[in-house]
Ligand binder design. Structure first.
Ligand code: UTP
Length: 295
Protein backbone atom coordinates (compact mmCIF):
# COMPACT_ATOMS: atom_id res chain seq x y z
CA UNK A 1 0.00 0.00 0.00
CA UNK A 2 1.23 3.49 -0.82
CA UNK A 3 2.24 5.49 2.24
CA UNK A 4 2.78 9.24 2.17
CA UNK A 5 5.42 9.43 4.88
CA UNK A 6 8.96 10.09 3.60
CA UNK A 7 11.09 7.47 5.38
CA UNK A 8 13.64 6.35 2.84
CA UNK A 9 16.43 7.98 0.87
CA UNK A 10 18.55 6.88 -2.07
CA UNK A 11 22.15 8.08 -2.28
CA UNK A 12 23.73 7.10 -5.62
CA UNK A 13 27.50 6.68 -5.35
CA UNK A 14 28.29 4.53 -8.39
CA UNK A 15 29.72 7.33 -10.59
CA UNK A 16 33.40 7.56 -11.54
CA UNK A 17 34.05 11.13 -10.36
CA UNK A 18 36.12 12.02 -13.43
CA UNK A 19 36.15 15.73 -12.58
CA UNK A 20 38.24 15.02 -9.50
CA UNK A 21 40.83 12.74 -11.10
CA UNK A 22 43.49 11.68 -10.24
CA UNK A 23 42.43 11.36 -6.58
CA UNK A 24 39.24 9.50 -7.55
CA UNK A 25 41.24 6.80 -9.32
CA UNK A 26 41.70 5.09 -5.95
CA UNK A 27 39.56 7.04 -3.45
CA UNK A 28 35.77 7.30 -3.82
CA UNK A 29 34.96 11.01 -4.05
CA UNK A 30 32.22 10.50 -1.47
CA UNK A 31 34.91 9.75 1.12
CA UNK A 32 36.89 12.92 0.45
CA UNK A 33 36.65 15.11 3.53
CA UNK A 34 34.73 18.24 4.27
CA UNK A 35 37.40 19.32 6.77
CA UNK A 36 37.52 16.05 8.79
CA UNK A 37 34.18 14.42 7.96
CA UNK A 38 33.73 12.35 4.77
CA UNK A 39 31.31 14.06 2.39
CA UNK A 40 29.00 11.03 2.48
CA UNK A 41 28.66 11.36 6.26
CA UNK A 42 27.59 15.00 5.90
CA UNK A 43 24.84 13.79 3.53
CA UNK A 44 23.79 10.91 5.81
CA UNK A 45 23.61 13.32 8.77
CA UNK A 46 21.31 15.57 6.71
CA UNK A 47 19.04 12.54 6.18
CA UNK A 48 19.05 11.47 9.84
CA UNK A 49 18.38 15.00 11.10
CA UNK A 50 15.51 15.35 8.59
CA UNK A 51 13.72 12.24 9.88
CA UNK A 52 14.81 9.69 7.23
CA UNK A 53 14.95 6.15 8.70
CA UNK A 54 16.64 4.08 6.00
CA UNK A 55 19.25 4.84 3.34
CA UNK A 56 19.89 2.91 0.14
CA UNK A 57 23.38 3.42 -1.31
CA UNK A 58 23.62 2.63 -5.01
CA UNK A 59 27.19 1.45 -5.19
CA UNK A 60 29.61 0.28 -7.84
CA UNK A 61 33.09 -1.14 -8.21
CA UNK A 62 35.62 0.26 -5.73
CA UNK A 63 33.00 1.88 -3.48
CA UNK A 64 32.96 -0.76 -0.70
CA UNK A 65 34.70 1.60 1.76
CA UNK A 66 31.54 3.75 1.83
CA UNK A 67 29.53 0.88 3.33
CA UNK A 68 32.38 0.09 5.73
CA UNK A 69 32.34 3.65 7.00
CA UNK A 70 28.82 3.14 8.42
CA UNK A 71 29.55 -0.33 9.77
CA UNK A 72 30.79 -1.36 13.22
CA UNK A 73 34.58 -1.67 13.46
CA UNK A 74 35.22 -3.86 16.50
CA UNK A 75 39.02 -3.81 16.20
CA UNK A 76 39.14 -0.02 16.09
CA UNK A 77 36.65 0.24 18.96
CA UNK A 78 38.71 -2.18 21.06
CA UNK A 79 41.91 -0.27 20.37
CA UNK A 80 40.34 3.09 21.30
CA UNK A 81 38.88 1.53 24.46
CA UNK A 82 42.28 0.11 25.50
CA UNK A 83 43.95 3.47 24.90
CA UNK A 84 41.27 5.33 26.88
CA UNK A 85 40.31 7.47 23.87
CA UNK A 86 36.70 7.83 25.01
CA UNK A 87 35.74 10.83 22.90
CA UNK A 88 36.98 9.20 19.67
CA UNK A 89 35.28 5.92 20.65
CA UNK A 90 31.97 7.71 21.14
CA UNK A 91 32.27 9.42 17.72
CA UNK A 92 33.07 6.12 15.96
CA UNK A 93 30.11 4.38 17.64
CA UNK A 94 27.79 7.25 16.72
CA UNK A 95 28.63 6.82 13.03
CA UNK A 96 27.89 3.10 12.97
CA UNK A 97 24.62 3.39 14.89
CA UNK A 98 23.42 6.47 12.98
CA UNK A 99 20.92 4.85 10.60
CA UNK A 100 20.02 1.62 8.81
CA UNK A 101 21.83 1.42 5.48
CA UNK A 102 21.39 -0.95 2.57
CA UNK A 103 23.70 -1.23 -0.44
CA UNK A 104 22.45 -2.12 -3.90
CA UNK A 105 24.98 -2.68 -6.62
CA UNK A 106 24.60 -0.92 -9.96
CA UNK A 107 26.54 -3.32 -12.13
CA UNK A 108 27.10 -0.84 -14.95
CA UNK A 109 27.07 2.96 -14.59
CA UNK A 110 24.09 3.46 -16.90
CA UNK A 111 23.14 6.91 -15.66
CA UNK A 112 21.47 8.53 -12.67
CA UNK A 113 17.99 7.36 -13.74
CA UNK A 114 19.21 3.77 -13.90
CA UNK A 115 20.95 4.15 -10.52
CA UNK A 116 17.68 5.31 -8.91
CA UNK A 117 15.73 2.46 -10.52
CA UNK A 118 18.12 -0.06 -8.89
CA UNK A 119 16.52 0.83 -5.52
CA UNK A 120 12.96 0.03 -6.62
CA UNK A 121 12.55 -3.20 -4.64
CA UNK A 122 13.94 -1.67 -1.45
CA UNK A 123 11.84 1.51 -1.66
CA UNK A 124 8.56 -0.20 -2.60
CA UNK A 125 5.41 1.89 -2.79
CA UNK A 126 6.62 4.92 -0.86
CA UNK A 127 7.76 8.45 -1.65
CA UNK A 128 11.54 8.75 -1.34
CA UNK A 129 14.35 11.29 -1.29
CA UNK A 130 17.30 11.16 -3.67
CA UNK A 131 20.40 13.00 -2.48
CA UNK A 132 23.42 13.46 -4.73
CA UNK A 133 26.45 13.46 -2.47
CA UNK A 134 28.29 16.04 -4.62
CA UNK A 135 25.93 18.70 -3.33
CA UNK A 136 26.82 19.72 0.20
CA UNK A 137 24.12 22.09 1.42
CA UNK A 138 24.37 24.07 4.63
CA UNK A 139 20.88 25.02 5.74
CA UNK A 140 18.82 25.30 8.90
CA UNK A 141 16.52 23.39 8.71
CA UNK A 142 18.27 21.01 6.29
CA UNK A 143 17.34 21.17 2.60
CA UNK A 144 15.85 17.65 2.90
CA UNK A 145 13.67 18.73 5.84
CA UNK A 146 12.53 21.83 3.90
CA UNK A 147 11.55 19.61 0.94
CA UNK A 148 9.66 17.16 3.15
CA UNK A 149 7.66 20.14 4.46
CA UNK A 150 6.78 21.16 0.87
CA UNK A 151 5.80 17.56 0.04
CA UNK A 152 3.60 17.28 3.13
CA UNK A 153 1.84 20.51 2.15
CA UNK A 154 1.29 19.84 -1.56
CA UNK A 155 1.60 16.03 -1.93
CA UNK A 156 3.56 16.29 -5.20
CA UNK A 157 7.11 15.43 -6.27
CA UNK A 158 9.62 18.16 -5.40
CA UNK A 159 12.97 19.09 -6.97
CA UNK A 160 15.33 21.62 -5.40
CA UNK A 161 16.09 24.63 -7.59
CA UNK A 162 18.77 27.29 -7.70
CA UNK A 163 19.47 30.18 -10.02
CA UNK A 164 22.72 29.30 -11.83
CA UNK A 165 24.99 31.55 -13.92
CA UNK A 166 23.93 31.58 -17.60
CA UNK A 167 27.42 30.35 -18.56
CA UNK A 168 26.95 27.24 -16.34
CA UNK A 169 23.47 26.09 -17.47
CA UNK A 170 25.01 23.26 -19.49
CA UNK A 171 26.05 21.60 -16.19
CA UNK A 172 22.45 21.32 -14.93
CA UNK A 173 18.96 20.09 -15.63
CA UNK A 174 17.13 23.35 -16.42
CA UNK A 175 13.41 23.92 -15.75
CA UNK A 176 10.69 26.31 -16.84
CA UNK A 177 7.27 26.75 -15.30
CA UNK A 178 5.05 29.22 -13.56
CA UNK A 179 5.27 30.63 -10.08
CA UNK A 180 2.96 28.79 -7.70
CA UNK A 181 3.68 30.24 -4.27
CA UNK A 182 6.70 31.97 -2.70
CA UNK A 183 9.82 29.87 -3.56
CA UNK A 184 7.69 27.37 -5.51
CA UNK A 185 7.40 26.81 -9.26
CA UNK A 186 4.96 24.50 -11.00
CA UNK A 187 7.47 22.82 -13.33
CA UNK A 188 6.30 22.45 -16.95
CA UNK A 189 9.45 21.54 -18.89
CA UNK A 190 12.87 20.13 -18.09
CA UNK A 191 15.92 20.11 -20.35
CA UNK A 192 19.07 18.15 -19.48
CA UNK A 193 22.28 20.22 -19.74
CA UNK A 194 21.28 22.67 -22.53
CA UNK A 195 23.82 24.89 -24.28
CA UNK A 196 23.67 28.45 -22.84
CA UNK A 197 22.31 29.98 -26.08
CA UNK A 198 19.28 27.67 -26.18
CA UNK A 199 18.63 27.26 -22.43
CA UNK A 200 14.99 28.16 -21.68
CA UNK A 201 15.90 29.64 -18.25
CA UNK A 202 18.70 29.64 -15.71
CA UNK A 203 16.85 27.75 -12.96
CA UNK A 204 18.90 24.60 -12.36
CA UNK A 205 18.03 21.43 -10.47
CA UNK A 206 20.35 20.75 -7.54
CA UNK A 207 21.02 17.26 -6.15
CA UNK A 208 17.94 16.85 -3.93
CA UNK A 209 14.74 15.23 -5.20
CA UNK A 210 11.63 14.01 -3.37
CA UNK A 211 9.76 11.66 -5.63
CA UNK A 212 6.60 9.53 -5.66
CA UNK A 213 7.00 5.80 -6.43
CA UNK A 214 5.36 6.17 -9.88
CA UNK A 215 8.78 7.47 -10.98
CA UNK A 216 10.06 3.86 -10.94
CA UNK A 217 7.49 3.00 -13.63
CA UNK A 218 8.52 6.01 -15.71
CA UNK A 219 12.17 4.95 -15.41
CA UNK A 220 11.30 1.45 -16.58
CA UNK A 221 9.60 2.87 -19.69
CA UNK A 222 12.41 5.37 -20.42
CA UNK A 223 14.48 4.83 -23.54
CA UNK A 224 18.24 4.95 -23.03
CA UNK A 225 19.92 8.02 -24.53
CA UNK A 226 23.55 8.60 -25.47
CA UNK A 227 25.95 5.90 -24.15
CA UNK A 228 22.95 3.74 -23.18
CA UNK A 229 22.32 5.95 -20.13
CA UNK A 230 18.90 6.40 -18.55
CA UNK A 231 18.41 9.97 -17.38
CA UNK A 232 16.38 10.89 -14.32
CA UNK A 233 15.34 14.08 -16.14
CA UNK A 234 13.21 12.07 -18.62
CA UNK A 235 11.20 10.51 -15.77
CA UNK A 236 10.85 13.92 -14.10
CA UNK A 237 9.52 15.40 -17.38
CA UNK A 238 6.89 12.68 -17.48
CA UNK A 239 6.00 13.30 -13.84
CA UNK A 240 5.58 17.03 -14.60
CA UNK A 241 3.36 16.22 -17.60
CA UNK A 242 1.20 13.44 -16.19
CA UNK A 243 0.92 14.47 -12.53
CA UNK A 244 2.72 17.50 -11.10
CA UNK A 245 6.24 18.48 -10.16
CA UNK A 246 7.11 21.32 -7.81
CA UNK A 247 10.39 23.23 -8.07
CA UNK A 248 11.51 24.53 -4.69
CA UNK A 249 14.09 27.29 -4.27
CA UNK A 250 15.63 26.05 -1.03
CA UNK A 251 17.10 28.32 1.63
CA UNK A 252 20.76 27.56 2.22
CA UNK A 253 24.29 27.56 0.86
CA UNK A 254 25.29 24.87 -1.66
CA UNK A 255 28.76 23.69 -2.70
CA UNK A 256 29.38 21.26 -5.57
CA UNK A 257 32.24 19.20 -4.17
CA UNK A 258 32.38 17.03 -7.31
CA UNK A 259 34.23 19.96 -8.85
CA UNK A 260 37.76 20.99 -7.74
CA UNK A 261 36.93 24.62 -6.94
CA UNK A 262 33.68 23.62 -5.20
CA UNK A 263 35.58 21.06 -3.15
CA UNK A 264 38.04 23.73 -1.97
CA UNK A 265 35.43 26.40 -1.22
CA UNK A 266 33.27 23.89 0.70
CA UNK A 267 36.24 23.04 2.90
CA UNK A 268 37.11 26.68 3.54
CA UNK A 269 33.49 27.67 4.26
CA UNK A 270 32.97 24.74 6.66
CA UNK A 271 36.29 25.31 8.43
CA UNK A 272 35.55 29.04 8.86
CA UNK A 273 32.29 28.18 10.63
CA UNK A 274 33.99 25.89 13.17
CA UNK A 275 34.97 27.21 16.59
CA UNK A 276 38.09 25.03 16.74
CA UNK A 277 39.43 26.09 13.32
CA UNK A 278 37.59 29.22 12.15
CA UNK A 279 39.48 31.95 14.05
CA UNK A 280 42.94 30.57 13.18
CA UNK A 281 42.03 29.99 9.52
CA UNK A 282 40.59 33.49 9.25
CA UNK A 283 43.81 34.92 10.75
CA UNK A 284 45.85 32.88 8.26
CA UNK A 285 43.79 34.10 5.32
CA UNK A 286 43.92 37.74 6.44
CA UNK A 287 47.61 37.90 7.24
CA UNK A 288 49.83 34.99 6.32
CA UNK A 289 48.15 33.99 3.06
CA UNK A 290 49.16 37.27 1.43
CA UNK A 291 52.78 36.65 2.42
CA UNK A 292 52.68 33.03 1.22
CA UNK A 293 51.29 34.09 -2.16
CA UNK A 294 54.06 36.65 -2.66
CA UNK A 295 56.76 34.00 -2.21
P1 UTP B 1 27.71 12.65 -12.14
O1 UTP B 1 27.08 12.94 -13.41
O2 UTP B 1 28.18 13.81 -11.33
O3 UTP B 1 28.93 11.67 -12.42
O4 UTP B 1 26.69 11.76 -11.30
P2 UTP B 1 30.13 11.29 -11.50
O5 UTP B 1 30.75 10.07 -12.06
O6 UTP B 1 29.72 11.20 -10.07
O7 UTP B 1 31.16 12.52 -11.57
P3 UTP B 1 31.95 13.17 -12.82
O8 UTP B 1 30.96 14.10 -13.48
O9 UTP B 1 32.47 12.08 -13.70
O10 UTP B 1 33.07 13.93 -12.15
C1 UTP B 1 25.70 12.30 -10.45
C2 UTP B 1 25.44 11.32 -9.32
O11 UTP B 1 24.88 10.11 -9.84
C3 UTP B 1 25.67 8.99 -9.47
C4 UTP B 1 27.04 9.55 -9.13
O12 UTP B 1 27.70 8.71 -8.21
C5 UTP B 1 26.69 10.92 -8.56
O13 UTP B 1 26.31 10.82 -7.19
N1 UTP B 1 25.64 8.04 -10.61
C6 UTP B 1 25.80 8.51 -11.87
C7 UTP B 1 25.44 6.70 -10.36
O14 UTP B 1 25.30 6.26 -9.20
N2 UTP B 1 25.38 5.83 -11.43
C8 UTP B 1 25.52 6.28 -12.69
O15 UTP B 1 25.44 5.43 -13.62
C9 UTP B 1 25.74 7.64 -12.93
Amino acid sequence: METSEVRKAIIPVAGFGTRLLPVTKSVPKELLPVVDVPAIQVIVEECVESGIEEIVFITGRGKEAIEDHFDYDYELEKLLEERGKDRELEKIREISSMIRTIAVRQKKPLGLGHAVSCARDVIGDEPFMVLLPDDIITADPHCTAQMIDVYEKYGQGVVSLMEVPQSAVSDYGIVTGESWAPDLTRVRTLVEKPEPDIAPSNMGIIGRYLLPPIVFEYLEEATPGENGEIQLTDALSKLARERALVGYEFHGMRHDIGDKLGFLTANIAHALRRHDLGPELRKYMETKLEGDLEQ
